[in-house]
Design a protein around this ligand. Sequence first.
Ligand code: AMP
Length: 281
Amino acid sequence: MQTVQTINELKHIIGVNKEKTIGFIPTMGYLHEGHQALLNKAREENDFIVASVFVNPAQFGPNEDLDRYPRNIEHDTKLATEAGVDVLFVPTPEEMYPFESGITIQVGELSTKLCGESRPGHFDGVLKVITKLFHLVQPTKAYFGQKDAQQLAIIETFVNAYNFPVQIVRVPTVRETDGLAKSSRNVFLSEQERAQAVHLFKALQLATETWKKSKNVDEAIAKGKAHIVENTSGKIDYFAVLTYPTLQPVSEQADQLLFATAVFFEKARLIDNILVETKEV
Ligand code: AMP
């Protein structure tokens, strides 16, 4: 595996390999088995694999955890090598954003709910980096986790609306054995919080089961919220049910419903979700 830090080096490598199918996995590093699932799927489906590790300042708000976001490039290099990545792109912020163009990408309505509501500008920053990375890597397929369901919905819509020549591949959420979704931010949990954190998933399961029985969204949300309040010290940011990937209020026509929650613990804000196929219920 080659690790490259500059855009010029990356462009050169992509040029040399442009006849191959390229699988791309953008990440913020501190890689775990969730990321590994994306890398493995990409390895199965493409000739050449590019992954990136970049803690993107553009997607963090002023009071968020940019400075203390966990980093371990030695570990990431080892994991990416073992997963069969060909090129690991690890740029600095200066390399990615050498000048301020004054031109921005604004997500609009899809970013007014769920995480977008409490993280203004977050998804604009995600699309800023994704646009640059897609132009540089020119992937055939790019891999994203269902764990970040709103991000995935926005990227799918963006790529579709603006004709990016890439196929977006959804990868299911990888969980710890007790059900907690794997996340780089789980390291910020205290021992007590770690034990409680599984209740995000349990609350989502309770909400989906409730909805399957009664088809009553308000009842499902109320039960899910109550479960989190009763079983954790965390503060609920949101607990919501929306159509997917359109993120609209629940309607009869929707094929997929997203049950999603975000909870603030002392040093980490955790998110999780379950996607329900309505036709299978
Ligand atoms: P991040 O490094 O957190 O920006 O995540 C990079 C990619 O890995 C995103 O597409 C995430 O959705 C995906 N990802 C993170 N955690 C998981 C997980 N537990 N299961 C599946 N995909 C994940």
